[in-house]
Design a protein around this ligand. Structure first.
Ligand code: FES
Ligand code: FES
Length: 218
């Protein structure tokens, strides 16, 4: 005859079996396992870069992004990692004068390029005109997106100066003569997200610089 002890024992086994099965269904029985660390590359690649006026000869894991290279190997943490998926613009830098999301860029592709980060914009103690304008117009709050905003604005001004039109340009045939309206600024900066919502100050800072006659880009 089955005793109370036998009943409890079989119940425990059954419930343990159910838990084990459900755990296998939800996480493969592994629990909260961290993603496996990236194994070191068996082969590295040699590249040369010029970053903020300084020449570098580097040997890299070919999977290294420009963002990780700048932050982790070249000690330039001014460029920020936000989404790491090309969606926020926090990692924007300038490569050969053009803006680029460095989180999506494999460094080896840019062998021989000239790179400018937020650390390379000021001339000594003299801020770049856009940096000074962001301060004047309070174009930031926490500041996390600001290096990307400023690098992006430098690249954007270069693009307009070279005559590119945008989705909101009224006359797309007026190549080389695009007016810097607030709509143009907002449209062209729409890839740079500010979680603090400092957009009025950002637009005001860029507008201020675009109305100056002195050199604006890099
Ligand atoms: S960190 Fe590169 S776009 Fe967000
Ligand atoms: S100033 Fe905080 S995210 Fe833009």
């Amino acid at each position: 005859m089955a005793t109370r002890r036998d009943f409890l024992k079989s119940s425990m086994m059954a419930s343990t079996g159910i838990l084990t099965a459900s755990r296998l269904l939800t996480d493969g029985g592994l629990g909260n396992v961290e993603a496996a660390p990236l194994q070191p590359a068996t082969e590295t690649v040699a590249i040369r870069l010029r970053v903020n006026g300084q020449n570098y000869g580097l040997r890299l894991d070919p999977r290294t992004s420009l963002l990780d290279l700048l932050r982790e190997k070249l000690d330039l943490p001014g460029t920020k990692k936000g989404c790491n998926h090309g969606q926020c613009g926090a990692c924007t830098i300038l490569v050969d004068g053009r803006r680029l999301n460095s989180c999506l860029a494999l460094a080896v592709i840019y062998d021989g390029s000239e790179i400018t980060t937020i650390e390379g914009l000021a001339k000594g103690d003299e801020l770049h005109p856009l940096q000074a304008a962001f301060v004047r117009h309070e174009g930031f709050q926490c500041g996390y997106c600001t290096p990307g905003q400023i690098c992006s604005a430098v690249g954007m001004i270069n693009e307009v100066d070279q005559g590119t039109v945008s989705h909101v340009t009224e006359n797309v045939r007026s190549i080389g003569n695009v007016a810097f309206t607030d709509d143009e600024i907002r449209e062209r900066m729409s890839g740079n997200i500010c979680r603090c919502g400092a957009y009025p100050g950002i637009v005001a800072a860029i507008r201020d610089v675009t109305q100056q006659s002195s050199p604006r880009g890099v």
